[in-house]
Design a protein around this ligand. Structure first.
Ligand SMILES: *Cc1c(COP(=O)(O)O)cnc(C)c1O
Length: 394
C-alpha cells in the first residue's frame, strides 16, 4: 500500500454513526458509570477523542508508537525539554528556529540546563561536542532559513552510543518527505501550524516518540502542564493531513522550479535549496528524504536590507508574512522579521545575510510564481514605485 493510501485510510470512519469526517467532541468531561469506570475518557485535558484520533494518525505517519498534540509547536518543544533536569546539557543545531532558541536559552538556562549550539551539518562536530552531561541532541533538518541539512542516521548513532535522546524538529520536511524515527531518532516534534495543518488557519504542535515508555512520559508532562490542542483545532489538523502528500509533492515541485529560476537570475547572489546539486549536503538530503520541500531562500548580489525590502514589497502572489507551509505563497525578510531579535553580527555569522529572503512556495502554478518574482526584480531594477506603496496611496 502506498504512503498516501495508508495515510488516508488511517483516518477512521466514526464507528458510532458512520460519519466519514472525524467527529469534534467539544466537551470538558465524560460521564462515568461508577467512580473510575469510564469509556476510556474522564477529563478532556487528559484525553479527548478528537485529539486522540489526531494523535494516532501522526504516530502512524511518523512510524512511532505515541503521538501527543499540543496547543503550539513551541508547547510541544517545551514538553520535550521537561524530560531534562538541572545539570543536563542540550546539544542543538546552530541554525535553530528562533522560538526554540528563546525557549532553550532564555527560559531553560535559568533552571540549570545548558545548551551548546553546534554546526551539525558535519556529524563529526556532534561527535566531538557531546559531553557526559549531554542528555538531548536537537536537530532541525532542513533548517530555517538557510536550509542546512544534517545526517539524521549518523547523528542518531552518536546519540545512542552516548545514551542521549535525539529529537528532530521535522516541521520543514513533514512526514510526507522524511521520517526521522525510522532513521534512529527517539522523538520528532512538529509545528503543525505549517505543512501538517497546511492552510495557514491554526496554531498547533505535535510530539511523536519511537518508544511507548517515552510517550507515556510526555503524556504525563502534558497532563501535568496542560498545553493541549483543542478539539476543533485537532480536527483542522486532521483535515489538513488528509491532503498532506499531495500538497507536499506540489510544494516541492514548485520550489525546485523557483530555485532553478533564481539560480539563473542576474540579481541573485546565492540560492539555498536542498534539491539543488549545488547544495553542500544535497546527497544526504537525497538519501534521507523523498523530496526537498517548499522552502527556498536566496541572497541578493546587492546584499543590503534596503535591496531586500525593495524586492519583498513588489511581489503580487508572494505575500509578505511570517510563517510558512500554507496554500498561498509567502515571503519574508528574516533580518527584519523572524530573526530581528538576533544581534546582526550573530545573525550574519549563522549565514542569515542582510538581504536573505525566504520563500514559502505555495500551491499556485510555478510559472505564475516565477513571473511574479521576475516582475518584482524588474521593477526594482527600473526603480518604479513598490506595489505596497502604491496600494497605500490608493
Ligand atoms: C514555526 C516553527 C516552530 C514553532 O511552532 P509554533 O506552532 O509557531 O509554536 C518550531 N519549529 C519550526 C521549525 C518552525 O518553523
Amino acid at each position: 500500500m502506498s504512503n498516501a493510501t495508508q495515510l488516508i485510510h488511517s483516518i477512521p470512519v466514526d464507528p458510532l454513526t458512520g460519519s466519514i469526517s472525524v467527529p469534534i467532541y467539544q466537551t470538558s468531561t465524560f460521564v462515568q458509570d461508577a467512580p473510575g469506570i469510564n469509556k476510556g475518557f474522564d477529563y478532556a485535558r487528559t484525553n479527548n477523542p478528537t485529539r486522540a484520533t489526531l494523535e494516532n494518525i501522526i504516530a502512524k505517519l511518523e512510524k512511532g508508537s505515541t503521538g501527543i498534540a499540543f496547543g503550539s509547536g513551541l508547547a510541544a518543544i517545551d514538553a520535550v525539554l521537561k524530560l531534562l533536569k538541572s545539570g543536563d546539557e542540550i546539544l542543538a543545531v546552530d541554525d535553530i528556529y528562533g522560538g526554540a532558541f528563546r525557549l532553550f536559552t532564555h527560559v531553560y538556562e535559568k533552571f540549570g540546563i545548558r545548551v551548546n549550539y553546534v554546526d551539525t551539518t558535519n556529524a563529526e562536530n556532534v561527535f566531538h561536542a557531546v559531553t557526559p552531561q549531554t542528555r538531548l541532541i536537537w536537530l532541525e533538518t532542513p533548517t530555517n532559513p538557510t536550509l542546512k541539512v544534517s545526517d539524521i542516521e549518523a547523528i542518531a548513532k552518536i546519540a545512542r552510543a552516548n545514551s542521549c535522546w535525539l529529537c528532530v524538529d521535522n516541521t520543514f520536511a513533514s512526514p510526507a518527505l522524511q521520517q526521522p524515527l525510522s532513521l534512529g531518532a527517539d522523538l520528532v516534534v512538529h509545528s503543525a501550524t505549517k505543512y501538517l495543518g497546511g492552510h495557514s488557519d491554526l496554531i498547533a504542535g505535535l510530539v511523536v516518540t519511537k518508544e511507548k515508555e517515552l510517550g507515556e512520559r510526555i503524556k504525563f508532562i502534558q497532563n501535568a502542564s496542560g498545553a493541549i490542542l483543542a478539539p476543533f483545532d485537532s480536527w483542522l489538523v486532521i483535515r489538513g493531513i488528509e491532503t498532506l502528500h499531495l500538497r507536499v509533492q506540489q510544494h516541492s515541485r514548485n520550489a525546485l522550479a523557483v530555485a532553478e529560476f533564481l539560480e539563473t537570475h542576474p540579481a541573485v547572489g546565492k540560492v539555498y535549496y536542498p534539491g539543488l546539486k549545488t547544495h553542500p549536503n544535497h546527497e544526504i538530503a537525497k538519501k534521507q528524504s523523498r523530496g526537498f520541500g517548499g522552502i527556498v531562500s536566496f541572497i541578493l548580489k546587492n546584499d543590503t536590507e534596503a535591496a531586500a525590502t525593495d524586492l519583498v514589497t513588489r511581489t503580487k502572489y508572494f505575500k509578505l508574512a511570517e510563517s510558512l507551509g500554507g496554500v498561498k505563497s509567502l515571503l519574508c525578510h528574516p533580518a527584519q522579521m523572524t530573526h530581528k531579535s538576533i544581534p546582526a553580527e550573530k545573525r550574519r555569522a549563522a549565514g542569515v545575510a542582510d538581504s536573505l529572503v525566504r520563500l514559502s512556495v505555495g500551491l499556485e502554478e510555478a510559472e505564475d510564481l516565477i513571473a511574479d518574482l521576475e516582475q518584482a526584480f524588474e521593477s526594482t531594477r527600473l526603480h518604479t514605485q513598490p506595489l505596497q506603496a502604491r496600494a497605500t496611496i490608493n
